[in-house]
Ligand binder design. Structure first.
Ligand SMILES: [Zn+2]
Length: 170
């Protein structure tokens, strides 16, 4: 964020915390989750204006212009209002497609491949005790389940990458 000139020292931790709270990132080294990635991808396609770091940086630059006396607050407010209206119109226009994109990605986030017993899908679930496990989508007909670690983020590795990095089979 600092490299892109986004936020200030006092707002950055708040922004990162929000990403954690909404489940868009996880883990200690801040990895995007599948749903976090989906939100960004959907917005890049359907409302590119608001995902460009330059948009935020530009606005912050205009705030500096106000401080430096080369722009009036009224000018800058009118500009950003116009930009926000355009972004909102883009979002509204593609509301359905964006929702579908994110919904499918969240499903994919919870999907851990086929159940080897019945051909259902293994899904990440939470037990009543709060522990995470993989359970079959055909529960209760199929009671196949697997334990997964209590802490950390599960990172899906593509088969090709897995064999390249020495994990998993070929
Ligand atoms: Zn099953």
């Amino acid at each position: 964020m600092e490299g892109l000139g986004l936020g200030t020292k006092s707002t950055r931790h708040e922004i990162v915390q929000k990403l954690y709270d909404r489940g868009y990132v996880g883990g200690r080294s801040v990895r995007p989750t599948e749903s976090g990635r989906a939100v960004v991808e959907a917005l890049q396609v359907y409302a590119p204006r608001i995902t460009r770091p330059e948009t935020t940086a530009e606005l912050e630059g205009r705030l500096d212009d106000i401080a430096g006396g080369t722009a009036t607050p009224e000018d800058v407010i009118a500009e950003s209002r116009r930009h926000l209206h355009q972004a909102l119109a883009e979002l509204e226009e593609h509301r359905e497609a964006i929702a579908r994109w994110i919904r499918e990605s969240v499903e994919w986030d919870r999907d851990f491949g086929p159940c080897e017993r019945c051909g259902g899908r293994m899904r990440a679930r939470k037990s009543r005790q709060g522990t995470r496990f993989l359970g079959c989508s055909n529960y209760p007909q199929c009671r196949n389940s697997r334990a997964i670690p209590r802490e950390g983020v599960i990172v899906r590795v593509k088969a090709a990458e897995a064999s390249l990095s020495g994990y998993g089979g070929s």
